[in-house]
Design a protein around this ligand. Structure first.
Ligand SMILES: [Zn+2]
Ligand SMILES: [Zn+2]
Length: 180
């Protein structure tokens, strides 16, 4: 059974990185949902190299390639970033993962209510981050998007969609990924 390692990602210019106040509850929730050990790696990875100066965003696919250096046998690596992520064909992504691979990345940027001009809601932020992290790690376990809107593997390109779906796999996805 693959373990999960969380790695905080730092963006050099603005020197932002997720703190333990964010990572620790995430590690606990992931261990519970994914039924496997989950730990926070002591190092951080600087993702400044992936910044697009014009877009003011960071290229998530390039970050995944960088994270491969941190991957070990039998480990899924999840990078957690404060900076906003993109892939060239989309205006933004909440995260990205290698399907059936070792690496995934998620961003807190658009999970914060403040991004939408609303007051902070730490509880909602925590819930959104868990869903997005479980979703991307689900891809590393080989799962594709699920048609069940309640399933965490349902696709969600807006926070509203993220908020209506559950934080856990449906039975079919759980079976397919061998998570018991
Ligand atoms: Zn997805
Ligand atoms: Zn499902």
């Amino acid at each position: 059974m693959k373990a999960v390692h969380l790695i905080p990602l730092a963006d050099g210019a603005q020197a932002r990185r997720p703190g333990l106040d964010v990572l620790e509850p995430l590690a606990v929730a992931l261990a519970r949902t994914l039924r496997r050990p989950c730990r926070i790696r002591p190092e951080q990875v600087d993702v400044s190299f992936s910044e697009d100066g014009v877009r003011g965003q960071y290229y998530s696919t390039a970050i995944l390639l960088r994270l491969q250096i941190c991957a070990e046998d039998g480990v899924s690596v999840l990078g957690v970033a404060e900076c906003d992520l993109y892939v060239p064909v989309l205006t933004f992504v909440f995260g990205e993962a290698q399907l059936g691979g070792a690496c995934a990345v998620v961003s807190l940027a658009r999970l914060r209510e403040e991004f939408y001009g609303l007051p902070p809601r730490p509880d909602l932020l925590r819930e959104r981050l868990i869903k997005e992290a479980v979703h991307e790690l689900g891809h590393t376990f080989g799962l594709r998007h699920c048609g069940d809107w309640r399933c965490v593997m349902a696709s969600s390109h807006a926070v509203e969609r993220l908020d209506v779906k559950g934080a856990d796999f449906c039975r079919a996805c759980r079976e397919a990924a061998g998570i018991w």
